[in-house]
Write a protein that binds this ligand. Sequence first.
Ligand SMILES: [Fe+2]
Ligand SMILES: [Fe+2]
Length: 269
Amino acid sequence: MSATSTPKDAQATGHRVDSQPRHDAQLGQGFPLSESTQDNHWLEQKVGELVAEDFRRAHVFSQFGIDFCCGGGKPLSIACERAEIDPAKVVAALNAVTLTGSKEDELNQLPLDQLIEYIESTHHQYVREKAPLLVEYSEKMVRAHGEHYAEIVPFAGWVRALVEDLMPHLMKEEKILFPAIRGLSQAEHIETCFGHIGNPINAMQHEHEEVGLILQKLHELTNDFTPPEHACTTWRVCYATLAEFEADLHQHIHLENNILFPKALGLAQ
Ligand SMILES: [Fe+2]
Ligand SMILES: [Fe+2]
C-alpha cells in the first residue's frame, strides 16, 4: 500500500481512526477542588464556550488532551468522561487560570468582517507557509529512512492527506463562506448558490472533524510527535513543526467553530 493511498483509502472505506485520549497531564494537581457553584457551572458549560470566554483555557484543555475545537460542542463533564480524565483536576487547572483580559477577548469583540480578516491573514497564511514544509520534511524522511522504519511511509502519507484536505478547505472558506458572512455582517443581501448559510457552515465543520481525525492518526503514529532516540535532524524538525502546526490549527478551528460560525448563524436568523 502506497504512502499516499493509505490515508485516503481509510477515509474512502469509511474506516474511522481510533480516537484515544492522548495523555492525562499533571496540570492542576495541587489545586484543591472547591465544590463551588462556579465549578459546577464550568462542568455544565460547553468546552468551546469556555475557551471563547478565555483563550488561556485552550492551553489547559490541550495539556489534558481535551479537544476544544472540533469537539468543543460537548459539556466539559462529558469531554472529561470521554477522555477518561478526572474533572476535578481540569476544574482546578481552570481555577488557576487568571481571567483578566486576553487575546481571545479581543477577537471575541471584533466585528465579523475583521475576525475573518484576522483568520485569513494569521491562520490561513500560516497553513500556506508551513504545509509545504511538512510535506518536504516527511518526504525527505521517506527517502532517507522509509525502508528501515515502518512508521515513516504511512506518516508521510497522512501528512500529505492533511495538506490535501486543508488547501481546498481554505479556498472554500475564502471564496464561498467568508464572503457570505461578510455580507451578513454588513446587512447586505447576497445571492448564493448554497441556500441558507448553515449549509456551508455544516460542510466546513465536517471538514474540520476530518482534519481532527487525521491529526489523531498522526499522534498515534508518532507517539504524540515524540521523535525516537535514533531520529535524524529532519525527523526531529518535522515532528516539532507538526506539533506547532497542530497548535495553530486548533486555535484556527476554534475561532471558526466556536466564535465565527455561531455568530454568523445568529445574524442569519
Ligand atoms: Fe479557516
Ligand atoms: Fe476552517
